[in-house]
Write a protein of this length. Structure first.
Length: 407
């Protein structure tokens, strides 16, 4: 029987019985956070079952402090992007440290943050369908600290109608294009969009958002700085046009971990949307910083995955239990801490393969290795929770409530 026939039979059965009743004999169960907390707190991270996502809280807290210390007195605030950690408990730490609010990428991510006590959330992604716009306006009705990005005049009337129906005046920022991904074109189109929003009785224009995701990872501080400042020139012109037109320009948000200490040179700029600074990852470590051209060491790598060696059948080869579902397929590959000669491949779903010529010590099946992740955001999205550690001991369990929230 062909696969399509199987699938059709299954769907027909589902239609007849109802998908819910097909599932009804199952009792859905998962360990609660309390159960996990009870069994894991106090353990060494080296004794955790793996793959285990661990965050060194001392390092992460230092990273939070560093961004505020470095930006103090520059006039630039911090609006961290929660797409990196998807964890309300960490967002709260960022807000308590002085963030002006947080950014979220998606509506469901915004909902998780607001429903869990984070008061000010700027959604940097846009909503283009009427149901989603209505959902966003319902969220704004519930939480006055929700700000929504928009990048196309086509959706302004839908947003106005939804805001009116919800009985609110909704806060809106215009996303201006920098990297040909999202955003209205800078200059006249952005100005026209901002003016259109400002005329709507149920919308309040709050300013602009301009994210340069291309310059973030340019290797070499000076090279990166020249590029990001050049890329921001049309955005600054747009900002000036809006200001000259008498528009409310209280927000000019953008930037990232790679450019956080450059954005104060952008006229009118108000806050950086740093995300990865919390954890760092291999992609960022290798770009170099202002003081160290080779290693971007302004922030410490706080996020690691503990993995277990499960097979050593072949010489110069180690197999682990952490493949693409633990690390993603992002490049460059994970770093094995303490073993600079190890080359990690996460190409298999459940397995990692390490090849090497030299090892600093000998290994056996069951031994643990600690990995620095290629790219933190999508890897975090693979886990239900992070182990919060201090001096290698688990002290807390941090649920990643926004995990899988990509709608
Ligand atoms: C709109 C926006 N702002 C900020 C960030 C955070 O960037 P980073 O993690 O490089 O600091 C991202 C990341 O993708 C983003 O998409």
């Amino acid at each position: 029987m062909s696969n399509s026939l199987n699938r059709r039979n299954f769907l027909q059965a589902g239609a007849i019985a109802g998908v819910a009743s097909l599932l009804s004999p199952l009792t859905l169960k998962a360990k609660s956070i309390e159960e996990i907390t009870d069994s894991e707190i106090g353990k060494s991270k080296w004794d955790l079952d793996s793959p285990a996502l661990c965050v060194d809280l001392d390092k992460m807290e230092q990273n939070i402090k560093t961004v505020h210390t470095r930006l103090k007195g520059t006039g630039v605030g911090v609006r961290p992007h929660v797409k990196t950690h998807k964890c309300p408990a960490i967002a709260k730490m960022q807000v308590d440290a002085g963030a002006v609010g947080v950014c979220a990428a998606k509506l469901s991510e915004s909902e998780i943050m607001l429903d869990n006590g984070i008061k000010n959330v700027l959604m940097t992604g846009v909503n283009v369908t009427v149901p989603k716009i209505k959902r966003a306006m319902a969220l704004r009705k519930k939480y006055p600290g929700f700000i929504q990005a928009i990048d196309n005049p086509q959706y302004v009337q839908d947003m106005q109608d939804a805001a009116k129906a919800a009985g609110i005046v909704a806060d809106v920022v215009v996303d201006v294009d920098v990297i040909q991904r999202s955003g209205v074109m800078p200059g006249a189109p952005a100005l026209a969009l901002a003016q259109l929003i400002s005329k709507m009785p149920n919308l309040k224009f709050r300013g602009i958002l301009a994210y340069d995701g291309a310059a973030n990872h340019i290797h070499g501080f000076q090279k990166r700085k020249v590029e990001v400042l050049k890329n921001m020139e049309p955005i600054v012109k747009t900002y000036d046009m809006m200001k000259a037109a008498g528009l409310n320009m209280e927000i000019f948000s953008g930037g990232s971990t790679g450019t956080y200490d450059m954005m104060q040179e952008v006229s009118g700029f108000t806050d950086v949307q740093v995300g990865s600074y919390l954890f760092m990852d291999r992609q960022y470590i290798e770009i170099g910083g202002a003081k160290n051209e080779k290693v971007f060491d302004d922030f410490a790598p706080s996020l690691t995955v503990m993995t277990t060696i499960i097979n050593m059948n072949y010489p110069k080869k180690i197999i682990t239990d952490s493949g693409s579902k633990a690390l993603t397929l992002n490049q460059p590959p994970a770093i094995v801490i303490g073993e600079p000669d190890f080359v990690y491949s996460a190409g298999s779903d459940e397995y990692g393969t390490i090849t090497f010529d030299n090892a600093n010590k000998s290994y056996k099946i069951g031994d643990k290795l600690e990995l620095i992740i290629p790219h933190c955001d999508p890897a975090v999205n693979e886990y239900d929770f992070m182990y919060g550690t201090r001096k290698d001991k688990v002290v807390s369990i941090l649920p990643i409530l926004g995990r899988g929230k990509s709608q």
